[in-house]
Design a protein around this ligand. Structure first.
Ligand code: SAM
Length: 215
């Protein structure tokens, strides 16, 4: 599936001019460090777009990296920047709300994507992808606009979250480990409040209890 909106964004705007651009993905790198995630872990960057997160992780010795995005032109930007190293990353053009992964990942990373899912069907689809894509005991890093963050991004409405709100979306199979705020500075000098949440997926044995009806 393709999405014309996002294709158009990446075809027409310079990568370093979009509001979510970061010269270096420090908040994500610091979040991974905070949880001592080793370079041997597998990671998927959901809606990774043209982010340089994978460039930095390759430099740090990570070898099992995937980037998924609905917009092929976004991934083309990242691949061109990486050059031959792009072959060391698995690239997926897909709509996360309808994607069923064929494997699971130790780390699920999402910066500024979940908040675009403004209807319940989209969020259900996202959770279905997580159910197949996050390994038992895996870590889920999600950064959305905070409750006092922007109401729109890239011309689209967003759903803003605090930690309890995002935890409610994740469901009982995920334990909230930590949450914090980040003030992102856009290329134009504006400020955007993000809310970061880190979840751990329950072990497979725990998950069997998830759907047990309460007597
Ligand atoms: C605000 S940008 C963030 C990009 C990247 N995560 C970063 O931090 O630089 C949102 C990204 O999500 C992608 N996206 C939006 N909806 C999506 C969907 N349903 N499935 C997959 N990717 C999506 C867009 O193409 C875009 O690259």
């Amino acid at each position: 599936m393709t999405d014309q909106h996002w294709d158009e964004v990446y075809r027409t705007k310079a990568p370093d001019s979009v509001s979510w651009y970061q010269p270096s993905p420090e908040p994500s790198l610091q979040a991974l460090d905070r949880f001592h995630v080793p370079a041997t872990a597998s990671l998927i960057d959901i809606g990774g777009g043209a982010s340089s997160l994978v460039d930095h992780l390759l430099d740090r010795g990570w070898s099992d990296l995937s980037v998924l995005d609905i917009a092929a032109p976004a991934l083309d930007v990242a691949k061109a920047r990486l050059g031959p190293s792009a072959d060391r990353v698995r690239w997926e053009v897909a709509d996360i709300t309808g994607w069923i992964p064929d494997r699971s990942y130790d780390v699920w990373h999402d910066r500024a994507v979940f908040h675009f899912l403004t209807n319940t069907e989209q969020r259900e689809g996202y959770r279905r992808a997580m159910a197949a894509g996050v390994a038992p005991n895996g870590l889920v890093f999600v950064a959305t606009f905070a409750l006092d963050g922007p109401e729109r991004c890239s011309g689209l409405s967003v759903q803003r979250y605090d930690a309890p709100g995002l935890l409610a979306e994740m469901g009982s199979g995920y334990q909230l480990l930590e949450t914090w705020r980040e003030e992102h500075t856009t290329p134009g000098g504006g400020k955007q409040s993000f809310n970061w949440c880190v979840f751990r997926r329950a072990l497979a044995t725990d998950r069997s209890e998830e759907n047990t009806p309460t007597p």
